[in-house]
Design a protein around this ligand. Sequence first.
Ligand SMILES: *[C@@H]1O[C@H](CO)[C@@H](O)[C@H](O)[C@H]1NC(C)=O
Ligand SMILES: *[C@@H]1O[C@H](CO)[C@@H](O)[C@H](O)[C@H]1NC(C)=O
Length: 656
Amino acid sequence: IQLRQICEEHIRYQILQFQEDSLDSVLFLKKIDKCWQNHCRQMVMIRSIFLFLDRTYILQNSMLPSIWDMGLELFRTHIISDQKVQNKTIEGILLLIAKERNGEAIDRSLLRSLLSMLSDLQIYQDSFEQKFLEETNLLYAAEGECLMQEKEVPEYFHHVNKRLEEETDRLITYLDMSTQKPLIATVEKQLLGEHLTAILQKGLNHLLDENRTQDLSLLYQLFSRVHSGVQVLLQHWIEYIKAFGSTIVNNPEKDKTMVQELLDFKDKVDHIIDICFMKNEKFVNAMKEAFETFINKRPNKPAELLAKYVDSKLRAGNRETTDEELEKMLDKIMIIFRFIYGKDVFEAFYKKDLVKRLLVGKSASVDAEKSMLSKLKHECGAEFTRNLEGMFKDMEVSKDIMVQFKQYTQNQNFPGSIELTVNTLTMGYWPTYVPMEVHLPAEMVRLQEVFVTFYLSKHSGRKLQWQSSLGHCVLKAEFKEEKKELQVSLFQTLVLLMFNEGEEFSLEDIRQATGIEDGELRRTLQSLACGKARVLIKDSKGKDVEDGDKFTCNDDFRHKLFRIKINQIQMKETVEEQISTTEKVFQDRQYQIDAAIVRIMKIRKALDHNLLVSEVYNQLKFPVKPTDLKKRIESLIDMDYIERDKENPNRYNYIA
Ligand SMILES: *[C@@H]1O[C@H](CO)[C@@H](O)[C@H](O)[C@H]1NC(C)=O
Ligand SMILES: *[C@@H]1O[C@H](CO)[C@@H](O)[C@H](O)[C@H]1NC(C)=O
């Protein structure tokens, strides 16, 4: 007890040196520090001297503090609890930190020593931390406001990142670790949390447009640190994809490049999710939903273009890709395909193109075709690909039949200079073709008859119908200068063969002789006389074939290739074809809607309008507008499949 009194007196005396006001704050801090260090040294010495006392008497009296604790208490009571001294100490410390934050160099070890003094005296929290955090808060609130105005987003992020690093360094170097959480949280809140939306509005689109992956990674990291940061980012992410995607899909002028751009865009966002957004599932799912939304904003066209894109890749002549690349590409296409609601539109166009690839033998790779087919089957079920598979089957069977037919003709010693290849197509799998009767040369007719006899001997009871519009031939042609092989359609063949018999024919002559339908014939003549390779000469000028035009053979025909393919004129046809394909899809949809309504009503007997509509939506695999659905219901009422309930006009009854 006496010891305490002596120490106390000594310490009281110490306070005097801090009473002058004139001291500069750093000097003042140094003085406090020195006083503290001395005090500690003295107390350590006193403790050594009174070690025995400390270990026995004091230890057994729980009411008495140890000598060390007594020393702390005395220092606390007499020196630091002096308001003036304490205020000056804390202000000094805060001033130093403010200077450092401002970029000035300061005496960090002094700060470390003083702050650990505050901790030892157990007044760190109350006297220092609270004020420190308040200052931090004010500083960064102001800084955030100001820099958000001044800086571009990437710069701003780098600044925030720098600030976070600095504060962390401060924590390690001189602050008490208990300050870590509140300090970092304060910085994050003021520099980020307060500005989430503003940051994204200001800079996100630009970063995404420019594929700035590093900045985006930093953005994601920083946003992950603050409450609801990722959520807000996710929201803007969705908006971005929808907006950008719509610019790809909704502009008819960009139809030519739509699919390629979609694929590129998908690649890009995948990449960003992978390397910038840590493969976050939420971003993946949001991206899928966004794709689905924007792609279906424009009905039908994306599905149609996607099918055509696949065709362009699977068609021969596009062999700049390896099988492996092709396979990868098809996988990517399937991902886009998955987003599309109107899969029937895709199927219709896909099928139309597949027909051409198969019948003209223009498929790049059977493996790729099969692989695409199995992907479609996997995605949409066996029903979806049944016809397509049937088409492939037909082609394979046809090959076998042709092998047998060759043997058959060889054995029978048929004379003739024509080699015939027949593809036997099963009706139903293939599109329906309007049969066109044309006048074939006798030799061809005979050959056809031979084939029919042969085929029916193997498959009796089947009905064969020749589709002249699908036929194509290779002709040997001798011009004055050059010998050529012409790869042409059957219609073109019939026209050209006439010139074996005469010099000049009018449109009328040719129509009579070949029996080709007028529109078809005009297009055919146009392709032979007005296209790139002109094997016929038309007597009048102009691109179109007019009544009364006369044609002669172009004896001086020259071409750098030996085998020349003369394309049919297709421009107009393609547009019509495309419209009719779309129309067919719509008609088919109407049947399906009708069938679904009748099916449901047959089971349920009576249903309210809303229930019926929702069940129909459940069953249909393509998008339908409510007004269209209403029309179908009306028409079924007209056809007496169902009737309105007499009491409740919103209710329908099934009519058996
Ligand atoms: C010390 O600061 C507190 C508030 O920060 C103030 O209320 C008090 O009057 C100051 N004391 C002295 C002696 O300056
Ligand atoms: C985006 O940047 C990454 C590199 O960070 C690159 O691999 C990728 O191809 C780029 N994407 C586009 C669309 O430029």
